[in-house]
Write a protein that binds this ligand. Structure first.
Ligand code: BG6
Length: 508
């Protein structure tokens, strides 16, 4: 299949980018991995693009005893490509306070430091507190912050950013939220799902609602099925302790996969405003048919990687990974079929799968349209024609592809599938902002569109809870698949019983 390259009318590109108001980012867990890998590089890029407000500062907080200078060294190592003079200015906006999360004095020290930074900057700064901490600390840290008065800041804003997981089931998510909401209003809480910050995930909304040609066919009359894939070639890396208690359903399915599903299937919101979009996402989750688990669960399959080979290198089995139980039943793969019970989607299956240690890293949403109602080329020996497929490519090659049939030059009737391909990097360059850049900026400007609202979190857990309980009661064993696999028989059976097949990961 030869890809056909599109051209873009560059003069038609409309951009709205707001820079952040004067604010400070307070990171709890500042010496940790997320700060180095994601937060500081994202801040560096926002700084380079001139999007950080005047007087911006980052106050790192953590157990580790570090000085401002030590924290600046950490920051210096984490950022790239900033010219020396600008780099010095940027690094000078980093400060650090150390202490114990259970010690009330720690929060008093943070408050004093923030007041001093306000004095130094000659104004009051809005404050964003980022919990880059083990989730078991969230409730206590939020309560200690509240008791120290850090949840308020006069007329200026205070926002709390919470990393997933938001609980591990409906009950714990509700409990966590009850603790947070004693001190912070919902309008102050920003629950991050980094998938929503990815350019191509955001593009789902633009694609659907900034064009008039797709919406009329975006429904049960024209769409046969939707497949959403998040395949990873990596294993659990050094996160065995966390992962073995979570598994793919909590780590990826209940959040990232449901977010993508909501965007692709929701109704058009009245505006691009946060509440309108979040209302429609919630409405969509409310329409998902609860999984039927009787007499057995034929809509969900869980798998776990055994030893194998990925990218030509040997890979150990999940059960041999550090901090994983030797007889663990935790799933590293999940495949599911679900239905959305509303007028638009009645009867259209959504097939979702995500797994670690698969053949390739690829995330995509594939919309398969219905086949033509009548094949009129039978006299030429053409009995069947493939369906058109529209693929939203989320990563690693971000873009869109449309597969359609066309006449090939040559003998009278020679039909072949062509791929019309749009690749973000080719058109817009490779400098796509990282998800954290978008999300941090949105939090600074107070835009909650890409953050998960509590009713969304609860609905998602409500759907998953039944499955978790069922697995626990039945002590369900995962099916084993060799590391580096495309798929495995039981996952294939889930879709093949409907007369369909998964798209081949290695060919995506
Ligand atoms: C995280 C999960 O939320 O997303 C990880 O905890 C997973 O297990 C990661 O590897 C995948 O993110 P991305 O952006 O690399 O697709």
């Amino acid at each position: 299949m030869e890809p056909i390259r599109p051209s873009v009318a560059k003069e038609q590109i409309l951009c709205v980018e707001s820079s952040a108001p004067a604010c400070g980012l307070v990171v709890f867990g500042a010496s940790g991995d997320l700060t180095k890998r994601k937060l500081i590089p994202a801040l560096g890029n926002l700084f380079k693009r001139g999007l950080l407000g005047n007087g911006f500062f980052c106050l790192g907080c953590g157990r580790k005893k570090l000085s401002d200078e030590d924290f600046r060294k950490i920051a210096a190592e984490a950022i790239k490509d900033i010219p020396a003079k600008q780099k010095a200015d940027f690094l000078n906006s980093f400060y650090y306070v150390s202490g114990d999360y259970n010690d009330k004095n720690f929060y008093g020290d943070i408050k004093k430091r923030l007041e001093n930074l306000d004095k130094k900057g000659g104004k009051n700064f809005g404050r964003i507190f980022y919990l880059s901490l083990p989730p078991k600390l969230y409730s206590d840290v939020a309560a200690n912050m509240g008791q120290a008065g850090l949840n308020k800041n006069g007329k200026d804003f205070v926002r709390l950013v919470v990393e997933k997981p938001f609980g591990r089931d409906l009950a714990s998510a509700t409990e966590l939220n009850d603790c947070l909401s004693k001190w912070f209003g919902e309008e102050q809480i920003y629950r991050i799902d980094h998938y929503l910050g990815k350019e191509t995930v955001q593009n789902i909304l633009m694609f659907r609602f900034a064009n008039s040609i797709f919406e009329p066919i975006w429904n049960r009359n024209y769409i046969d099925n939707v497949q959403i894939t998040i395949a990873e070639s990596i294993g659990i890396e050094s996160r065995g302790g966390y992962y073995d208690k979570s598994g793919a359903i909590r780590d990826m399915f209940v959040n990232h996969m449901f977010s993508m599903l909501s965007l692709v299937a929701m109704e058009p919101p009245a505006s691009f405003g946060a509440e309108h979009i979040r209302n429609e996402k919630v409405q969509l989750l409310q329409s998902i048919r609860p999984f039927s688990l009787e007499p057995w669960n034929e809509d969900i399959v869980k798998g776990q990687y055994a030893s194998g080979s990925v990218d030509g290198k040997n890979a150990i089995a999940y059960r041999q990974e550090a901090d994983v139980e030797k007889d663990s039943k935790t799933e590293t793969y999940i495949a599911a079929r679900l239905f959305v019970d509303n007028w638009r989607w009645q009867g259209v299956p959504f097939y979702l799968r995500t797994g670690k240690r698969l053949a390739k890293r690829v995330t995509e949403i594939a919309i398969t349209f219905k086949k033509v109602p009548h094949v009129m080329f039978q006299s030429a020996g053409i009995e069947d024609l493939p369906a058109n497929i529209l693929v939203m490519k989320i990563q690693p090659k971000e873009g869109m592809s449309l597969f359609f049939e066309a006449k090939r030059p040559g003998p009278k009737l020679c039909i072949g599938t062509l791929e019309m391909d749009f690749n973000y990097a080719e058109i817009f360059g490779t400098d796509t902002p990282d998800a954290y850049e978008r999300l941090l900026l949105d939090c600074m400007v107070g835009d909650q569109t890409l953050f998960t609202r509590i009713d969304d979190v609860k609905l998602a857990w409500g759907l998953i809870d039944k499955i978790l309980k069922n697995w626990q009661q039945q002590d369900t064993e995962p099916f084993l698949y060799p590391a580096g696999s495309e798929s495995f028989a039981e996952a294939d059976a889930l879709i093949q019983k409907d007369g369909r097949n998964w798209r081949k990961i290695s060919e995506l």
